[in-house]
Design a protein around this ligand. Structure first.
Ligand code: NAD
Length: 349
């Protein structure tokens, strides 16, 4: 079965961003609206400078969780400047805005990722309206072109590098036991985890090591692509609930929950999670991921993100309200224990 990601043109390489102008022309377009967050507006201007007159301007108001109000503003801007394609430079938030515009206009998208979140490799879009985040899957939102340039992730602060990498690894970890997994998806998930576990320590050692950064981007692509291929379960649902209900930061929450969610499910599907132990060592996948996260200086405790202990009961209620598929039965007591352990920052036991 072909990878769904084969529908994308994916290019890796130092300075690959300099081919942007060719990529816009290749799409048969000539007026690219460049998207970014406010914090990355200078990167958006750098991109505009690479576009040789094919820039229709910059819209730098992308925000976490793709608020619908921002999408509406951006759509007005698209019409006003007569943009005929989109260039998103940034992490999952900026990519999300590009996808939200593409969903409504069918404009082609070129994504230049600057984190490891992996959204660029999926046909999935999460959007927020009136404080409620919903997720859809539509081939229209899969970006047409992705340019992975290691210089652009080399500016990621080390703390974000680590949490973003663990966010990516979480896609691959859950893909290992996905209900609709295939041999191909499992191989891709293993490739993603392996690539990150080999390259992340090198990046921590030398954050500007472009060869190591390039490897992390290959890991990000594999983890993102597998997220686009198979369904997610407990880990992603828990993070979705925690981020939505308690306004916790996306990548940090993923980094903290991952070892605990994997540990919970390892009781039911130890064989499917065995590749994590093969790659990281140790006796069990949850503790192995926790040790790896600790060694990478990742945040380990939900309480450090500002979640109060009394919120855990409500979080457990919310996380068990709507049934969904998971390899192990989800019980409120089990989820509460998991959350308490993640709140304290203990290794899963
Ligand atoms: P982000 O895009 O929100 O970026 C976080 C902050 O870091 C922003 O201020 C951004 O400008 C800044 N930043 C990004 N790259 C930087 C760099 N290289 N140097 C300095 N600063 C940089 O964070 P994210 O974790 O990439 O994305 C999170 C969002 O993506 C969430 O809304 C999540 O739901 C979504 N997401 C979607 C999918 C999908 O398939 N739809 C997959 C993964 C994540």
């Amino acid at each position: 079965m072909p990878h769904k990601s084969n529908k994308q043109r994916v290019l890796f390489g130092q300075n690959i961003r300099e081919t942007l102008s060719d990529e816009v022309a290749r799409l048969g377009r000539s007026r690219a609206l460049i998207l970014s967050t406010p914090a990355q507006s200078s990167s958006a201007l750098d991109v505009a400078a690479l576009l040789n007159g094919q820039s229709a301007g910059v819209f730098s108001r992308a925000a976490m969780h793709t608020p619908i109000e921002v999408t509406k503003e951006a759509l007005d801007h698209v019409t006003e400047v007569r943009a005929d394609c989109l260039v998103a430079i940034g992490g999952g938030s900026t990519t999300g805005l590009g996808k939200a515009i593409a969903l409504r206009t069918d404009l082609p998208q070129i994504v230049v990722p600057t984190t490891y979140a992996g959204s660029e490799a999926t046909p999935i879009l999460g959007q927020t309206e009136d404080g409620i985040k919903t997720t859809l899957t539509d081939p229209k939102v899969l970006p047409e072109v992705v340019l992975y340039d290691p210089e652009l992730v080399a500016t990621l602060p080390v703390a974000m590098t680590v949490t973003s990498a663990l966010n990516a690894i979480a896609h691959a970890a859950e893909a290992l036991y996905a209900e609709d997994r295939t041999e191909d998806s499992t191989a891709l998930a293993i490739e993603g985890i392996e690539t990150f576990t080999n390259s992340l320590p090198r990046v921590l050692d030398t954050p500007g090591d472009l060869a190591a950064r390039a490897d992390t981007q290959r890991g990000a692509w594999a983890c993102g692509a597998v997220l686009g291929q198979v369904g997610m379960a407990l880990h992603h649902k828990l993070c979705h609930t925690l981020c939505g209900a308690f306004d916790l930061p996306h990548a940090e929450t993923h980094a903290i929950i991952l070892p605990h969610a994997v540990h919970y499910n390892a009781a039911a599907v130890p064989d499917q999670l065995a590749p994590i132990v093969d790659i990281l060592g140790g006796d069990a996948p949850g503790p192995a991921l926790w040790q790896f996260a600790k060694a990478m200086q990742a945040p380990l405790a939900l309480r450090a993100l500002g979640l109060s202990e009394k919120d855990l009961d409500r979080a457990a209620d919310l996380a068990t309200q709507n049934p969904y598929w998971n390899p192990r039965e989800i019980t409120r007591a089990g989820i509460l224990t998991l959350l308490q352990s993640a709140w304290r920052g203990e290794a899963p036991q």
